[in-house]
Each structure stands twice: as structure tokens, then as C-alpha cells.
Design a protein around this ligand. Structure first.
Ligand code: APR
Ligand code: ZN
Ligand code: ZN
Length: 363
């Protein structure tokens, strides 16, 4: 099966290429993609901040329709609408067995390979990688069935695509990882697609005040629309501004949703004594977060990492789509612009320049 795909061939070198896909093996599915979101993590692979073997098909946030299934596949059938999960859910590893499937180790998402270490994608006759065993910035995808979740067909597949990474990661950070409590205070540093989703998650959880922090005033304006009670431009001492809003106490929950050590330090400093700082942004492997060995125990702040919003995709995708249906989660405004696959460079340029809430490739 031939398909168009966005392939990264070298640092900052990517283009739309024709790939050839093998048929799905026994535990795999083939999906005709409907939509793929342009996520900052794809950009981090492009600029080698997140190093992955190349060539590699980009994309890890998407939704589509199942067209073919392998002999052992039971969780989806042909014709099902699905969201891909960039973390597999094998059901058998230590983490899956302990109800922490977002930590499932069945695939190495940095290897670009399927769980068995091989690939289903060829470029010019040679096997290449696929981001998170998905590589779903493509018209067609062959991936493990444990990386797909069927959803109700009533949902718009563009909106559903965003649930596959950014929205789930952000909303899950607030709802699952930090477990924001009603009436608590929260601040979100970085109001991109993931940060605005964290903001929406904190709003659903009942946070007030709910403070959005960014350098870009357009993002802060969007944050107001998504439920922020206060906005803080990070160019003017955000910690001092948050302290003022919270009467000198700091917030119960601070979310770092960029992946910059300097911002993480601000998020930590804005957290009240005993509060929680949640690190959602993925930085480069060389960057480090630093904490005072005296201040940390004295302040008793909790610092937690967050991958994929501590998501049990089989349950939480439907939960978020339910919030979308009831109007509590605004996904329509999250999809700020669509692109054809051939417009992918424009899409990533717009991401880098901060012109979108979320840009989406629609096939
Ligand atoms: N202070 C505050 N905001 C900042 C700063 C800063 N120093 N630097 C950048 N920002 C803002 C940008 O203006 C932008 O609105 O951070 C936001 C980042 O948003 P996106 O680029 O859209 O990134 P997103 O896709 O939301 O991902 C954010 O989450 O999952 C991770 O890998 C992902 O690390 C990335 C992060
Ligand atoms: Zn992503
Ligand atoms: Zn597992």
C-alpha cells in the first residue's frame, strides 16, 4: 500500500514523500488517517531536541478509520473510528498490571520501530522509522492494535485527533496527574496546545483563580476564552504577579508546559508551600531542573513529572470526548487552522511562530 507521508530525513529536513506500507501483522491494524495534529514534540524531533533515528515518519497525534486488521486483533474492527495512542497499552507489563498504562514499556517511542524491533514503512525500498510506532502524519498508518482506541462515530475526527496527544496530555495533567481539587488555585506556564488543554482541565476540575502565563499576548487572550481568570505576561516577573494574585501564598498547582528549566524554576517558585509543581513540558535530555536541598524539604512542595497526562487511554479518551460533547471542553476552538499534507511546512512554521492554538493536517 502506497501513501503520502511527512518524512524527516535529516535535522530540519522534512518533506512529503511516498512511502510503502507492509500489510498489518497479526497484532496490528491499518488506519486511513483523517487528521493529524502538529505538536511541539514533532518539532522537537525535527530540530533534534528529541533525537530519533532518521529517516522517520513524523506524527503521533491523530485519528482515523480502521481499514484492515491482523488475525489476532480484538479491540477494534474494520470501519471503527479510532484515536491513536503514542503510548501502547500492552496489558501485561508491570505498569499496565499496576493500572499505570501511561508508563507501558511495550514500545520504545524513541526507537521509531514496532514493538518487535522491525518496521512496516519503506522509503525508496528501505525500511525507515515511524514516530512512536505510529508515524501518523501520513495518509495511511500500520501500527500495533494496542496503540489504538475506538471512539463513538458521532465525534468530529479533527477534534478527536487532538485528544491523541496535546489535549489528553494537558487535560490529563490537571485531572489525573495533579488531580486539581475544586476551589483550588492553579497556574499554567505556556499556553500552547498542551498548556491551554491543561488550563481547560483545571477549569473542569473547578480551579479558581486559574492563571495563564505566556509571553505571547494572543495566547493569553485565547487563555481567557478557555477559562483563565487571570493572565500574566511572563516578560514581567511572573512569580511576583502570581504571588500578588494569590495574596502572597502561591498557587496550589503550577504546571510547566514548555520544557524550559527557567520556566520550571518560575513554576516551582509560584507554587505554595505544600503545593504541587507538575512538569509537563518535555525539555532536551541535557537540560536539568535544580532545587535547593534545604528549601525543598522546608517548603514540602511536591514535584511531579507528567507523561501523557497519566492517561488510561481506553477510559480517558472517551471521558474527554464526553466533556467535549457537554461543552466543558472546547476542542473546536483548539483546532485553529487546518492544512493539507502538502502544506506541512506552513503548518510547522505557524507552530514555531505561535500563530495557532493547534494546527491540524486533514487528509
Ligand atoms: N514563558 C512563558 N511562556 C513561554 C515561554 C516563556 N519563557 N517561552 C515560550 N512560551 C510559550 C509560547 O508562547 C507558547 O504559547 O509556550 C507555549 C508553547 O506552546 P507550543 O509551542 O504550542 O507547544 P505545545 O505543543 O503546547 O507543547 C508544549 O508540552 O508535551 C510537551 O513536548 C511538548 O514540551 C512541549 C510542551
Ligand atoms: Zn504530542
Ligand atoms: Zn504495558
Amino acid at each position: 500500500m502506497k501513501a503520502k507521508a511527512v518524512v524527516l530525513t535529516g535535522q530540519n529536513e522534512y518533506s512529503v514523500r511516498e512511502i510503502e506500507l507492509d500489510a498489518p501483522k497479526a497484532d496490528e491494524v491499518r488506519i486511513r488517517m483523517a487528521a493529524t495534529g502538529l505538536c511541539q514534540s514533532d518539532m522537537s524531533v525535527i530540530n533534534a531536541k528529541l533525537p530519533m533515528p532518521m529517516p522517520i515518519v513524523l506524527g503521533h497525534e491523530g485519528a482515523g478509520v480502521v481499514e484492515e486488521i491482523g488475525a489476532n486483533v480484538k479491540n477494534v474492527k474494520v470501519g471503527d473510528h479510532v484515536i491513536t495512542s503514542f503510548i501502547p497499552m500492552c496489558g501485561d507489563c508491570y505498569f499496565c498490571l499496576h493500572q499505570e498504562p501511561w508508563l507501558c514499556t511495550a514500545t520504545d517511542i524513541f526507537s521509531g520501530m514496532q514493538p518487535d524491533g522491525t518496521s512496516r514503512v519503506k522509503l525508496d525500498g528501505e525500511y525507515i522509522g515511524a514516530f512512536a510506532a505510529l508515524g501518523n502524519m501520513a495518509e495511511q498508518v500500520v501500527c500495533p492494535s494496542m496503540c489504538v482506541v475506538a471512539i463513538d462515530k458521532k465525534y468530529d475526527l479533527k477534534a478527536a485527533a487532538l485528544v491523541g496527544c496535546g489535549v489528553m496530555t494537558g487535560a490529563g495533567a490537571a485531572l489525573n496527574t495533579a488531580q486539581v481539587q475544586p476551589g483550588s488555585s492553579a497556574a499554567v506556564f505556556g499556553c500552547g496546545g498542551v498548556g491551554l488543554s491543561a488550563l481547560q482541565g483545571a477549569k473542569i476540575a473547578g480551579a479558581n483563580p486559574l492563571i495563564a502565563v505566556d509571553l505571547n499576548d494572543a495566547k493569553l487572550e485565547a487563555a481567557r476564552d478557555f477559562g483563565a481568570t487571570h493572565t500574566v505576561n511572563a516578560s514581567e516577573d511572573p512569580v511576583a504577579q502570581i504571588m500578588e494574585i494569590t495574596g502572597g501564598i502561591g498557587v496550589d498547582y503550577a504546571f510547566e508546559v514548555i520544557g524550559f528549566p527557567a520556566v520550571a524554576a518560575q513554576a516551582y517558585a509560584s507554587t505554595r508551600r505544600g503545593g504541587t509543581t507538575c512538569m509537563v513540558g518535555a525539555g532536551s535530555p541535557q537540560d536539568e531542573y535544580k532545587f535547593s536541598a534545604l528549601e525543598m524539604p522546608l517548603s514540602s512542595k511536591k514535584v511531579c513529572g507528567c507523561i501523557y497526562g497519566s492517561t488510561n487511554a481506553k477510559v480517558d479518551f472517551a471521558k474527554l470526548l464526553g466533556f467535549y460533547e457537554t461543552g466543558q471542553l472546547d476542542l473546536d476552538r483548539m483546532c485553529s487552522r487546518t492544512y493539507t499534507i502538502d502544506e506541512v511546512h506552513q503548518g510547522f512554521d505557524d507552530l514555531v511562530e505561535g500563530r495557532n492554538i493547534r494546527g491540524i493536517i486533514v487528509y
